[in-house]
Write a protein that binds this ligand. Structure first.
Ligand code: AP5
Ligand code: ZN
Length: 212
């Protein structure tokens, strides 16, 4: 199954991509995670994208498109994948269609108010990228260490309120043309993501069964 999850910051793309990854044994490909890993390594790519990611700005299309293209060429993506955070512009959506077939595009619809609360409570494992939240399940342990590998959980620098506000602005600037593009080709599925994971995931999976 080839699945794309789109939605505003905090909509739950990473959360549901990890559930889908574990359930369907397909890789979770997050452009945000890949870019953050490159920044942490201090690679040439990391140095190029650092200032964009830290300010909540979009990394230029040609860079992100190349990153995704290379990742989709890896053998583990041959039988399917769940893409999180890509495409974010019409150019990226068109490039994705040139790279591969996409079975379902799921738009996780979220209000800004709910998303801001989620992002302010988010904690991430720097080792396995699992996502926790101090306000919602799965909550971190009291010492804020990962349940799987014991690593100390961290906050993302771009979850600071000012940067979050900027990420929203940037998201909505390029959002409408992508939605139109997938609507026109009959591939867009909308799921109300303001609810709890326990309510949203069955609805999301139902759409996959219908389309997959
Ligand atoms: P990226 O990492 O993709 O960030 P984002 O789109 O801003 O999305 P988030 O990761 O913040 O939110 P999410 O929807 O995954 O929510 P999550 O599941 O964690 O991108 C970061 C940066 O990289 C960009 O700003 C840009 O600079 C660059 N970049 C990346 N891709 C790019 C591209 N294609 N083009 C150009 N630049 C690109 O959930 C949030 C929290 O809510 C979690 O703590 C979760 O546990 C909690 N939560 C509580 N209740 C729920 C619930 N019911 N459902 C889901 N989550 C819940
Ligand atoms: Zn971990």
């Amino acid at each position: 199954m080839r699945i794309v999850l789109i939605g505003a910051p905090g909509a739950g793309k990473g959360t549901y991509a990890q559930i889908i990854r574990d359930k369907y044994c397909i890789p979770h490909i997050s452009t945000g995670d890949i870019l953050r890993e490159e920044i942490a390594k201090g690679s040439e790519l990391g140095l190029k994208v650092k200032s964009y990611v830290e300010r909540g700005l979009l990394v230029p299309d040609e860079i992100v498109i190349e990153v995704v293209k290379r990742r989709l060429e890896q053998p583990d993506a041959a039988n399917g994948f769940v893409l999180d955070g890509f495409p974010r512009t019409l150019e990226q959506a068109k490039a994705l269609d040139r790279m591969t077939r996409v079975d379902a595009v799921i738009h996780l619809v979220i209000s800004e108010e709910v998303a801001v609360k989620r992002l302010s409570g988010r904690r991430i494992c720097p080792v396995c990228n699992r996502v926790y939240n101090i306000y919602y399940e799965p909550k971190p342990r009291e010492d804020e260490k990962c349940d799987y590998d014991g690593a100390q959980l961290v906050r993302r620098p771009d979850d600071e309120p000012d940067v979050v506000r900027n990420r929203y602005k940037v998201f909505y600037e390029t959002f409408a043309p992508i939605i139109d593009y997938y609507k026109k080709t009959g591939r867009l599925i909308e799921v109300d993501s303001n609810r709890s994971v326990r309510e949203v995931y069955p609805a999301l999976e139902e759409t996959l069964r219908r389309d997959g």
